[in-house]
Design a protein around this ligand. Structure first.
Ligand SMILES: Cc1ncc(COP(=O)(O)O)c(C=O)c1O
Length: 483
């Protein structure tokens, strides 16, 4: 096996040099398995010898030997004569991918470009451990918190207040991700056949949620200029007046999939226009923290539109597996939205809410580190598209998690099919279209693992070559579910 060899010193910079609370081999095992799990040690790397590691982190050889043995038992390392101890990932019963979320049929061997989601950050296991220690205090209660754990609601409310819109914890409802939050808001606000304004392109699950609620979608095509996508409030105004929409689902903060940001200067104008037309905004702030080029995070739309219901989430900054999100609700709507929530489920899990609390306390550090990684990935992917696919047009967004690329021909659906033969899972442009079209566009998330990033350009170019040869008509329809 020809593995990348890692020195003892390099491993020590990744896992630290202690202290190793006893038994030391246990904490060393956890430190290494965590680093493998969150991608800081890559699969296929060869760990330093037990002796070299012992020297680098000032532990006994017996301790490192026991730690490697435990890692082997747990499936994180395979040791073969002549190849040393090579990193692998343990089998997870049923696999790490849920096929409901990968309509293109991605498997673990593929590079998954179907999702704007990433692996857990290094902080996650520590947060879980601290959260577990707090669980006993909650056991004497029933564990049902339909509006959310008070300590979490307070932290979320404080963050809104710090961002410029005073928020009482009573206005916060903790949900199962931003997706659950939007579903609750939609159920509370939207009557069957009610008209709802939605950007095109947009987040595919929102289309499904609104359609599922019986809403009639009015699509507002984001404007396009050489500097990227943007909103024209006058054009939106005209549409609102002509169609008499009663609500709008909007993603003004590093919009999925374009990455567009509504400038602060336009926020008041948008809010006033919606108010004039009697439109209640549902603002999806899932990506609001992911500005990648510096500057403060955008002002909350709720500061301009007091009637707005805002959805937020820990998924894009911490980890999708937490499934913790929230709604910020104007006081006069709290009861109606809470009733809507109770008709859907009875609250988020206590443990995950406690984990979210722990992560929120380190919010700024975690987000800063994540932004640095995402920025590098964005720039690398954009450079690859330019180098390998010069006929595609890409405007590099100032935030978010994906590039939204314009293709020279309407072959996005063909590309998503061709990509499978090149080990790429992709979702075609029409999935992002509320009312059809967009086969000239493809979303490329730059959230793929660092080790896979360099392979994306060459594989994409090969898939595009194949897509250009397709002669059969590909129906430009929607897949199932996309994140
Ligand atoms: C705009 C938007 N809203 C909601 C979600 C889903 O978020 P969550 O995992 O918190 O449900 C996503 C995920 O990609 C998203 O991009």
């Amino acid at each position: 096996m020809n593995a990348l060899v890692m020195s003892g010193a390099r491993l020590a910079t990744i896992i630290g040099t202690g202290p190793w609370p006893g038994p030391a081999y246990d904490s060393l095992t956890s430190a290494i398995s965590r680093a493998i799990g969150d991608g800081r040690i890559t699969v296929g790397a060869r760990l330093p010898s037990e002796r070299e590691l012992a020297q680098a982190i000032d532990l006994s050889r017996t301790t490192t030997t026991r730690a490697y043995s435990k890692l082997r038992d747990q499936g994180f390392v395979i040791t073969r004569r002549g190849s040393g101890s090579v990193v692998r990932l343990p089998e997870v019963p049923g696999g790490r991918i849920d096929h409901l979320l990968t309509p293109a049929g991605a498997d673990e061997a593929e590079i998954d470009l179907s999702c704007t989601a990433t692996v857990a950050p290094p902080w996650l296991m520590g947060a879980y451990e601290r959260a577990v220690e707090q669980v006993p205090a909650y056991l004497p209660g029933t564990g049902y918190y339909p509006s959310g754990l008070p300590v979490l609601k307070e932290l979320i409310a404080d963050r809104y207040t710090a961002r410029g819109v005073r928020t009482d914890p009573e206005q916060i409802l903790v949900t199962s991700g931003a997706f659950g939050a939007v579903a609750i808001a939609v159920r509370a606000l939207i009557r069957r056949s009610g008209r709802v304004l939605i950007e095109s392109p947009t987040y595919p699950n929102a289309i499904a949620t609104l359609e599922g609620a019986g809403a009639s979608l009015v699509s507002y095509p984001l404007e396009l200029s050489p500097s990227g996508h943007h909103w024209d409030i006058d054009a939106m105004d005209q549409l609102c007046r002509q169609t008499r929409v009663s609500a709008a689902y909007l993603i003004p903060d590093f919009h999925n999939p374009t990455g567009a940001l509504l400038p602060d200067a336009q926020r008041g104008e948008l809010a006033a226009m919606l108010r004039r037309n009697g439109v209640t905004p549902i603002i999806d702030e899932s990506l609001v923290e992911l500005g990648l080029d510096g500057g403060p995070s955008p002002s909350p739309m709720a500061a301009f539109a007091p009637d707005a219901i805002t959805a937020g989430s820990t998924s894009k900054i911490f980890w999708g597996g937490l499934r913790v999100g929230w709604l910020r609700i104007p006081p006069h709507r709290v009861d109606a939205v809470a009733a809507s929530r109770l008709s859907l489920d009875l609250g988020a899990p206590v443990l995950e809410q406690l984990v979210a609390v722990e992560l929120m306390r380190d919010h700024d550090t975690i987000v800063a580190e994540y932004r640095t990684r995402l920025r590098a990935a964005r720039d690398s992917l954009a450079a690859q598209v330019r180098a390998h696919l010069p006929s595609w047009q890409v405007v590099v967004p100032t935030g978010g998690m994906a590039l939204w690329c314009h293709l020279p021909e309407a072959r996005s659906s063909a590309l998503a099919i061709a990509a499978r033969n090149h080990g790429l899972g992709m979702v075609s442009g029409p999935n992002f279209a509320p009312t059809g079209g967009l086969d000239r566009w493809i979303r490329l998330p730059y959230t793929v693992a660092e080790a896979q990033l360099d392979e994306v350009g060459p594989r994409l170019a090969a898939a595009w070559d194949d897509a250009l040869k397709f002669t059969d008509r590909i129906p430009a329809g929607r897949d199932r579910i996309v994140a």
